[in-house]
Ligand binder design. Sequence first.
Ligand code: ACO
Length: 330
Amino acid sequence: MLVDPKSRILGTGAYVPERILSNSELESIVDTSDEWITERTGIKERRVAAEGEAASDMAVAAARRALEAAGLEPGDLDMIIVGTISADMPLPACAAFVQQKLGCRSIPSFDVAAACAGFVYALSIGDQFIRSGSCKHVLVIGVELLSRVLNFKDRTTCVLFGDGAGAAVLGPAGGDGRGVLSTRLYTDATLAESLCIPGGGSREPLTRESLELARDKVHMIGGDIFKVAVKNLTSASRSALADAGLEAKDVDWVVPHQANLRIISQVAQRLELPLSQFVLNIERYGNTSSASIPIALDEAVRDGRITSGQTVLMCALGAGISWASALVRM
Ligand code: ACO
């Protein structure tokens, strides 16, 4: 029996495509303005994957950096969990292609479809497998290539999202107090249709007509999601803190999902934490869904903001609606 069964983040990594799509460029594509996007969301630009680049390519680039930071090889992994809603293909899992490209053994590799909460879901599942003793090293990834599932005629969605990937390698905690302290996962399907890709699944197979109506692209009633986001992200954060016997004042950094700066600001107010304690990159990347938390986490680790022993709170909410929180001592 391990003295400290929980998992710890051994290394992080991220990847974003080179191509930058600015707000002013979007002005020439849809009826929008840099002013509207900046004021309503906080986004200035986002990244777009290159032609031929697939979600698994971005995931593998982030994973290699996380493995290197952890001092591990692909052969050391016991499981791969990928949070994504924009996998290479509907079948098989994006995680299968990640395993193939990394050249791992025949380890369990699967996707988690929890939209923007996908990375925190994957982190929580990976932590459970390590806590139970079934795995020693788990690779958790958040990757999205949303530019391929956006309708660039719909200004209410196409300005919001971007492409990218982030990864973390989980391993045994080591008994020094560092590790995944608590996680909370939730889904409330009352608003399931408020954010969805309605066509292309078993409910509505694609036809020529539905393709013309962009039923294979993201549809969102943003106001519905906004209303519940602040409330649910705040309560999930408080629950993860309470599970670990901590309060918001004990947190060094919050790494929130980057969907809208207004949502993040309101969560900060409710948690009574200054925005300066939040790791923000929405201005540069937009909403990269499941990739947003691991990209922000990796940036803050690499630039020295987040240091060993600090307490980090993560919280995310997206389609489902699914939301999640995690408290990690780095
Ligand atoms: N440019 C200019 N005008 C726009 C744009 C645009 N890109 N988009 C919408 N508008 C207009 C609307 O048409 C509307 O005009 P009207 O008043 O004449 O009808 C007006 O701006 C206001 O629209 P709202 O939708 O009310 O704008 P709101 O302030 O709610 O902002 C937003 C919209 C940014 C989408 C916000 O609601 C939001 O961030 N929601 C939450 C999104 C989220 O968290 N999603 C979950 C994660 S994503 C995932 O899981 C994959």
